[in-house]
Design a protein around this ligand. Structure first.
Ligand code: 4AD
Ligand code: MG
Length: 432
């Protein structure tokens, strides 16, 4: 009985007989030879079945196989320089596990709605698989970066009594007799954790009931939220650019084949190394007005076309800093020299992928925070615990949130965030 292997490891079995559990991706036949394109999730290999060299039942089993049929295939691994993986299998045995009939996703083109309705099967496509492998590498690199930089992983709650990022897009639910909301951001809890552990990061799902149907918005997305005690805005920007450089370089190093499978222009990523350029909100408004954007003036927030125009001026991510306090979150610390703007920055990815990070230094003065509560109509009851962080040993502190799916979309060069997460939750789509 041959040893079990997976396609990724066949290089360790050249000249040996192995068994691989797999699915049929595709098949062609020349009458006397059948070529099986096999996949097992770890990779792809061609199995060659030669009529004159196998028992009749093996030949017939190969003939019966259809797209997405499952099987155990046995065969000898050979080096094959002409194949993409560098290896091929000379098939000696086939145990059919399940014959598939009428697999809905055929090699022809399908529309987006059809593919989204069949997302549970679409995941098997080579491009979708590659995206999920890159997503996993991005997550791994993120955790490596923070674990090796003195951060402790902390998990904020998902069910919360209040909002962190404004009340307009909260998902409401009941918590027995109380009202509760799915978290929009773990930040406020991460600030508490930073006062206990110094440097912390979270990584978890967040929910925003945003009525936005754009290529950048998901209803459920994953966020990485580092929070750092004794850290000012400027120091936080340095962490952010080092962090993003590390993640991009890790993907380049560890996911070459997958980047190729998604068709990414790698030269655009090779350049992503700290430091990143910075532009103030003031200068960004001037830049846009000079470019002919007449629909934006000081005090307005940027839309996607504005972000894209600014990003196009750079070949790396760019920080837009010092936004007006008027449309930013209540917890952001005003610039001491110019209180109408706050010590914050959004990191805008190149190539039109938009904002991937939002971050700021936080208000540490209890009196100012209380003022903000009043301006934003936040109830002292709900946010008393957050005020306590300023009442007891307040320190300068900063943090930021990286949207995982937008980061995956950028690194993979995808048109839409819906392909960056296994089962996307988008406006009006909850199935499958
Ligand atoms: O800019 P945001 O709203 O910042 C916060 O939530 C802060 N509390 C983070 C912090 O300082 N700890 O969101 C952070 C990032 C955005 O830059 C974007 O990448 C992503 O989260 N994001 C979304 N991604 C997909 N779909 C959505 N609807 C998103 N909303 C935000
Ligand atoms: Mg933001």
């Amino acid at each position: 009985m041959a040893n079990k292997s997976v396609i990724k490891n066949v290089n360790e079995h050249v000249g040996e007989s192995v068994v691989i559990g797999c699915w049929v991706n595709n098949k062609r036949s020349s009458g006397k030879i059948q070529f099986l394109q096999l996949r097992d999730g770890t990779g792809y290999i061609q199995g060659v079945v030669v009529k004159s060299e196998v028992p009749e039942e093996v030949w017939d089993a190969a003939k019966s196989l259809t797209q997405e049929s499952s099987l155990y295939v046995t065969g000898i691994i050979r080096e094959e320089p002409r194949s993409q993986s560098g290896f091929e299998m000379t098939v000696t045995g086939i145990e059919v596990l399940h014959l598939t009939e009428n697999y809905p996703i055929t090699p022809k083109e399908h529309g987006v709605d059809f593919l989204m309705d069949h997302r549970h099967l679409w995941l098997r496509a080579s491009k979708q698989r590659a995206v999920l492998v890159i997503r996993a590498e991005i997550i791994r690199a993120i955790q490596q970066f923070f674990n090796e930089s003195g951060f402790t992983k902390v998990d904020p709650p998902i069910l919360t009594p209040t909002s962190a990022e404004g009340t307009t897009n909260l998902f409401h639910t009941k918590y027995f007799d109380e009202d509760a909301y799915l978290t929009q951001s773990g930040q406020l809890y991460m600030e508490a954790a930073a006062m206990a552990l110094g440097r912390v990061y979270s990584f978890g799902p967040t929910f925003r009931a945003e009525k936005s149907k754009t290529r950048r918005h998901l209803i459920e997305f994953w966020m990485i939220e580092p929070e750092m005690a004794f850290t000012d805005h400027e120091e936080s920007l340095k962490v952010q650019e080092e962090f993003i450089s590390f993640v991009v370089q890790s993907v380049l190093k560890n996911c070459r084949a997958e980047l190729e499978a998604v068709g990414r222009d790698i030269s655009k990523l090779e350049n992503i190394k700290a430091p990143f350029p910075r532009i103030s909100y003031d200068d960004a408004i001037k830049f846009l007005n000079d470019k002919g954007f007449e629909d934006i003036a000081w005090g307005d927030d940027f839309g996607a076309p504005h972000e894209t125009a600014i990003a196009e001026a750079y070949d790396k991510p760019v920080f837009i800093t010092h936004y007006p306090a008027s449309f930013k979150a209540f917890y952001m610390k005003p610039d001491p020299n110019r209180p109408e703007v706050v010590l914050c920055a959004d990191m805008i990815a190149p190539e039109g992928y938009g904002e991937i990070i939002g971050g700021s230094q936080r208000i540490d003065d209890p009196a100012l925070l209380e003022e903000r509560y009043k301006e934003h109509n936040l109830s002292m009851d709900s946010y008393k615990w957050y005020m306590d962080l300023r009442t007891y040993g307040s320190v300068p502190h900063s943090g930021f949130g990286l949207g995982l799916e937008r980061t995956v979309a950028w690194i993979c060069g995808l048109d839409h965030v819906r392909e960056t997460i296994p089962f996307p939750r988008t406006l009006y789509r909850l199935y499958p």
